[in-house]
Every structure is written in C-alpha cells, then in structure tokens.
Design a protein around this ligand. Structure first.
Ligand code: MN
Length: 377
C-alpha cells in the first residue's frame, strides 16, 4: 500500500522579505507545488494523500487564495486528507468553515475534525490529530492514539498530526510536544503503523515509521532540506514502512559566506552569484566579513546592484555583516584636489581607519566621493 505524505503547504504566506515583483511568483510556486504533488501521486500510483497541517498560512486569507487552492486540489485523482495545524486550526475563525472553502472544496478532499479513524480507501484507516487552537495544552497526537486498540486485522493505520516532537528540540517546554517514545510504543503495539507529522519544514525521519515530510516549497532560510514530499510504502504483510523523498521544490533560499579581503575576492563572489541557477526563484543572503579598499567596496556594491536585478531577493545578512572599508590614500590622489579639499580627504582617510562611529561615517563619505569621481571619468 502506497500513499503520499506532505505537510506545511503554507498557502498564502506573505513572503514580505522578497522583492515586490518576486512575491506573486512565490505565491504561484506554492500552488504549483500542490499540482506537482497531484502529479506525483498519479505517477507513483499512490492510494491517497495526507497533509499534516498548515495547509494554509492562516485562517484569515483572501478568498481568492482559497479558491485557487481548491482549484489545485481538484487535480488530485485520489482521496486527500487534510489535518489542521497551528496555522489553520479548527477555531471559531476556521478557514475550513468559511464559505470560500466549503463551497469549493472538491468531494475527494476531506478535513479531519476529530480523531475517529476514517477509512480513506479499503483496508486503510487514517487517524487525525487536528489542532483546535494555536496553543493546545496537551500532546494531541497522544490524545489521538490513546483510545485506540490494535488496528483490525488486514487494516493499515496511518496517524497524521502536527507539532514539535520531544526528541528533536528537547528544550521545548510546551505541553503540546509530541512524546516520541509514546508514539513509538503505539507503533510497536500495532495500534498505528506509520505517523506523518507537520510543523518541521525539513524532511526528517524522527524514528522508525515517524516522519516529517517538510514543506514542499521552501519558506525560510533556516530550513535544512525543504522542497520534498514523501512516497510512503507500507508492507502489507509485516507493516514495515519504506519512505522515498520526491523533489517538489523549485525555489531556493541560499546563504553565501564571503570573506572579502581584496578585489579578487569580490570577483569570486560575483562568479559564485553568476553560477547560481534559477535566480528569479532564488533568494540569497550574504554573510560578508573582511576588509576592503574603497575601490573594492565600490565594485562589491556594483556587483550586488547588478545581481539584484535577477534574484528574487539579494542582500547582506546584516546580523552577520562584519565588513570594514579601509580607504587607501592612493585611491584619492590624482583627483586634482588641492588645498582645503585635499586636506579634507586626508582627514577622512585618517578617521575612516579608526574603530568608532565616526569611522563608518568617514568610510561612507569616501565611498560616495570615490563613486562620484569614477562617474566623472
Ligand atoms: Mn508549518
């Protein structure tokens, strides 16, 4: 028996960190990922699809986004089971109760609203652990398998939930943390055969039979391995679980570490940027350190300005920015400056080498002067 496991679609996420023109492309990519999952389900002859929460970014979304999501959901040819997570909980404002969703949701899509086992296809039960608020006070997954006895003979049982697990972020103090040893015991006892969880956006095996599929399209630069869904095969004789990752993501959020000491380093960074594929679907943050002459810094600014025209976002990661500009007197000789102006440049060069707020102001002034004189040539 084979099914597709996915989670954290985050449809409608705002992505304010992208350039204005890139944002609609990113929105579209999240919907395209849903269509790609429908194609993967067909291609791999999956019996059904489960989504472990955060299908939608929030319960307050423009109704056009909900309508487009329903259009994408209509492309599936097998049952799709949605289990609400912390972003789309079944609270009083639930998107799943909105007219926009209820009037358009295709009949093969089912939202689980409690933890009653549901036979999605003959011989397979899905048990959901939906979220009812943004801050549950208990382990909802344990609450879902707790009342269950062993699965009936000939039935495969798949549990679908959402949230952090006890083994991956042990400093988690939330009462809602999913108890992994408890879930492993439920699997060992045959009460559940596989568990699919949302919340962690990177594809991760938590323990045997317990997986986070991760988000099918990247949402943040800290994610380790986003952009996949899982094709899960449950052996019908011994109920063992085999998982294959299938790539869905087309966007990339990249971090580039650049230690910049001279113009050659700047050209190397330019080459690194030029070599990145799919720039219009890539956001890149540069961790710059080192020290550059005014001339090399001007070249760096030019490289970044030009690259910005191509990337969905390109910027310094300012928290990791440690780049000094050390002007060389020679950069400002030959400008024909005399008298007061020459003395002023000399003073700026001297104070730009200091290690105080004044230095940054002087460096900035010299950079502008340098660019201005270059433009005059
Ligand atoms: Mn999420």
């Amino acid at each position: 028996m084979r099914f597709v496991a996915t989670a954290d679609w985050q449809l409608g996420m705002a992505a304010n960190f992208l350039e204005d023109d890139a944002r609609p492309r990113f929105h579209q990519a999240r919907l395209d990922a849903v269509r790609a999952i429908a194609a993967i389900a067909r291609e791999h002859e999956a019996a059904f699809v489960v989504v472990g929460g955060d299908v939608f970014e929030s319960n307050q979304l423009d109704r056009a986004i909900v309508a487009r999501a329903c259009e994408a959901l209509a492309e599936f040819t097998v049952p799709v089971v949605l289990v609400p997570g912390n972003h789309d909980p079944l609270d009083a404002a639930s998107l799943y109760d909105s007219a926009a969703f209820a009037s358009r949701v295709p009949p093969h899509v089912r939202v689980l609203r409690d933890s009653e086992p549901v036979e999605v296809v003959p011989g397979v039960e899905v048990v959901g652990a939906p979220w009812f608020s943004k801050r549950p006070l208990t382990d909802l997954v344990a609450g879902a398998y707790g009342p269950l006895g062993p699965a009936p003979a000939g039935t495969t049982r798949v549990l679908v939930g959402h949230g952090a697990v006890s083994t991956l972020e042990p400093d988690q103090e939330s009462a809602a943390v999913i108890d992994v040893p408890g879930l492993e015991a439920a699997i060992a006892e045959g009460r559940v055969h596989a568990a699919i969880l949302g919340d962690r956006h990177s594809a991760t095996e938590v323990a045997t039979g317990i997986w986070y599929p991760g988000t099918p399209e990247v949402t943040a630069r800290r994610e380790v391995d986003p952009g996949h869904v899982l094709v899960v095969e449950v052996d019908e004789s011994d109920r063992s679980v085999a998982v294959t990752r299938v790539r869905t993501g087309r966007w990339a959020f990249a971090t580039i570490v650049a230690d910049l000491l001279d113009e050659a380093d700047v050209e190397e960074l330019a080459a690194t940027l030029a070599a990145l594929p799919d720039k219009e679907r890539t956001a890149a943050w540069i961790k710059a350190s080192g020290s550059l002459s005014t001339r090399a810094k001007a070249r760096l600014d030019q490289v970044l300005d030009e690259a910005r025209d191509l990337f969905a976002r390109l910027d310094h990661w300012w928290r990791h920015y440690d780049l000094a500009v050390v002007p060389e007197q020679a950069e400002f000789t030959g400008l024909g400056l005399t008298g007061f102006a020459e003395a002023a440049v000399g003073e700026l060069v001297a104070s730009a080498r200091g290690d105080h707020e004044e230095a940054a102001v002087a460096q900035d002034a010299l950079a502008r002067l340098y660019q201005y004189t270059q433009a005059l040539r």
